[in-house]
Each structure stands twice: as C-alpha cells, then as structure tokens.
Design a protein around this ligand. Structure first.
Ligand code: ADP
Ligand code: MG
Length: 385
C-alpha cells in the first residue's frame, strides 16, 4: 500500500497505522446503557499510510472508495466533510479539538475489514488514522494516549460522520490484546482482557457476514436508544445498568418493557459468558449466545431473516451456539463451532441462503488479535485475504 500512496500522491508515506475490525462475542446495545460488552479484535484490519504536508492541505483516498477527498485542516468540522472521508477527516478534527497541533496530511487507506458488515470498518478506519497521526506528532501510544484516541475517534464518528456510536468499536480497536476478548464496562470505561482460546477445546469462532447492509435501516438504532432512555427515566435510574429485572417487568409500555428487558438480561449474559470462558465451559457460552439471539430477535427486534437463518442453520449443523452480532438489521452472526464441523456449518449456511433466495454470505475465522499500532511495511499484500 506504500506503492498506492506513492502513485496517488507522487511522494512516499512516512508512517502506516494499522487498526483491527472487531466482532462482539456478546453484549449488544449495552454500551449506551452503561452496561458490559465482550468484543475481540479481528485479524482483519484497516491500514492508513500518512505523510505530513506543510501547506495545511488534507488529501484522503481509499482503495475501497471511488472518490478521494481534499480540503484544508483549518476548515475541518461537523458539516465540512461528507461521505466516507468524514470518518478519517473527523479524527484530524477531533485531535485538533483535543489540543494537538495537527498538520496538513496526505492519507491513503486500505482495508481487509468488510465494509458495512457489522465488523466495524468505521472504527478501524478512524483508529488507523489516529495511531498513524500519533506517530507523526511524536506521541507514544501509551495506555493514556490510547484512551484519548478512543475519545477522538468517537467524536469523529458521532460529530463529523454523523453516525451514533456507543464507543465499543473504538475501545476494542485501540485496547484489545492478542489472544483475548476485551471486557468493557461502560459505567466507568474500564477494560479487562479475558483470555480466549476455544481452539484448545477443538472449537473455532466463525463469523458469517450476511451481506445485508445494516446502514439501510438508520432510524432503528436511534429509536432503540430512545426506548432505553425512556425506560431508565420511568424507572428512576441513571441508566439501565442500574435497573433490576423485576422493576423492568412492571413497566407499563409493552415495547419499552421488552427493550429494557433485553438490555438488563444481556448485561447479565455478558457476566455469565465471562465466567463460562474462564471455566472453559464452552457449552454454557453456546447457551448464552442462543439466549442473546432470542432476546435480540424477540425483545429488541433487531434481527432479520438472514441472521435468523445463519443462527438456526449453524446450530442444526453442529455449532455449540450462535447469535447475531453488532447493531443488528443485517451485518454478521457469530457461531461457536467444533473445528471438525466448520466446513459442514459453512456449507449448510450457504445452502440455506440459496434455498431462501438470499445473496451468498461470506465467512471468516475470528481469532482474537492485537490492538491498533503503527506497522513497518503497511498492509502485507493488498490483493489477498
Ligand atoms: P461497519 O463499521 O460495521 O463496517 P459502518 O456503516 O459503521 O459499518 O461504516 C461503514 C462505512 O465506513 C463505509 O460505508 C464507509 O463510508 C466507511 N469506511 C470504512 N472503511 C472504509 C475504507 N477502507 N475506505 C473507505 N471508506 C470506509
Ligand atoms: Mg461502524
């Protein structure tokens, strides 16, 4: 990708940042309810090659986007950039707002994270730019700096790209550890690595991208968030983190009650899942996956036919458990599958999609990978993986 940078801009990149996409094991729509979630960083990542400019101009191009963007670093802000480049330009703006002396830059992006698949290509894009820029500014990516970058990337996504985000994606992309899932507590934003090695028990985590774009149903996220806020208000708690299930069952509005029930039970399922992983009780993790899926299908109503097909088919073909993952309305599902059933599960899901008339899905293995960092060579080979 250093070659792509050079052919786009006619000079060499000085730094390449790499930031992973993520898949959430469990804990959906809990981030904005001060709850818990348990994502892991994927081996799939976004790479940002950068070089400083002295004239205050900003140029951003991506191998995954037709249109490059160009502007001035002084004029960046909400409303000044639209489309895909707002995720990258937003990071420059947010770090400026945070007091950093951000110069003009040339940026070239390349990624192995599928876009819009619920695997957080957006946060991977933001975080890849953020770590590369940190290097350009001569800052060490200490844990404290990483937390500041998380905040800047969240501001980029909400305030410049205009997409609501609860912070799970940026947090795991910046703070994950290889070989572990990351337990995030949104009450105090603390994190804890939870070692995760299902292969030791002959199991794998399989992610299936339904290739249904969750971006198609934009209002769904906002209305779920409103229902959660309404429930917390009616219960007199600061957030649903502090609601108990008995009180939730007494809520008057049937829909608000179901939304709140999902959040409260999902937070508990994250706790149970961490305990199951630490006890290497994979059957129990599978049960938590399935209970989470039912909760999202029935109570939170964010599943769709394709996601339900993956979950049902995977389990019938031998998965220990499966659930939709991410914000919902499409995107991906995650299954816990015995290694000797992996091919059978993938084939069964593919066949079920054909039978139901859905577009063919895409599968990938989720192996817990490292957080964002600068890399020496950039993306290893742009045309594979
Ligand atoms: P997800 O984060 O689940 O992939 P989002 O809708 O949050 O889905 O973000 C996807 C959007 O982020 C894309 O439509 C595009 O605007 C932007 N994006 C992400 N990665 C890239 C990339 N490599 N090149 C260009 N744009 C990207
Ligand atoms: Mg996203």
């Amino acid at each position: 990708m250093r070659a792509d940078f050079r052919s786009a801009y006619g000079h060499a990149a000085t730094v390449v940042g790499r930031a992973p996409g993520r898949v959430n094991l469990i804990g959906e729509h809990t981030d904005y309810n001060a709850g818990l979630c348990l994502p892991l960083a994927l081996p799939h990542a976004t790479y940002a090659a950068l070089a400083r400019r002295d004239d205050g101009r900003v140029r951003i191009a991506s191998r995954q986007a037709a249109e490059p963007w160009e502007g001035s670093v002084d004029a960046l802000g909400a409303g000044s950039v639209s489309g895909w480049a707002s995720y990258a330009a937003g990071v420059l703006w947010a770090l400026r707002e945070a007091g950093q002396d951000v110069p003009g830059v040339d940026v070239f992006i390349d990624s192995t994270v599928p876009l819009g698949a619920g695997l957080s290509s957006s946060a991977a894009l933001e975080c890849s730019v953020a770590v590369a820029l940190t290097d350009l500014l001569g800052l060490d990516p200490t844990p404290r700096v990483r937390r500041e970058l998380v905040a800047a990337c969240m501001r980029a996504e909400t305030e410049v790209a205009g997409a609501p985000t609860g912070g799970m994606d940026q947090t795991v992309s910046m703070l994950a550890e290889a070989g572990a899932a990351l337990l995030i507590d949104f009450e105090d934003h603390s994190t804890r690595a939870v070692p995760l090695a299902p292969e030791d028990a002959g199991l794998a985590l399989l992610v299936t991208d339904t290739r249904v774009s969750h971006a198609l149903v934009d209002g769904g996220y906002a209305s779920r968030r409103q229902d959660c806020e309404a429930a917390a208000d009616q219960l007199g708690v600061a957030s649903l983190r502090h609601a108990d299930l008995a009180a939730v069952e007494g809520l008057g509005d049937e829909r608000v009650r179901r939304r709140a029930r999902h959040v409260v039970t999902e937070i508990q399922r994250v706790r149970e899942s961490v305990a199951a992983i630490e006890a290497a009780d994979w059957q129990e993790l599978g049960r938590q996956f399935l209970a989470s899926h039912v909760s999202m299908r029935e109570d939170f109503e964010i599943s769709c036919a394709e996601l339900d097909t993956v979950v049902q088919t995977a389990v019938e073909a031998g998965a220990v458990g499966a659930r939709m993952t991410g914000g919902g309305f499409g995107g991906s599902a995650i299954s816990l599958v015995p290694l000797d059933r992996l091919d059978a599960v993938m084939r069964a899901v593919d066949t079920a999609f054909v039978a139901a008339g859905h577009r063919p899905p895409a599968h990938l293995r989720a192996e817990p990978s490292a957080a964002a960092d600068v890399v020496a060579g950039g993306r290893p080979d742009p045309d594979t993986t």
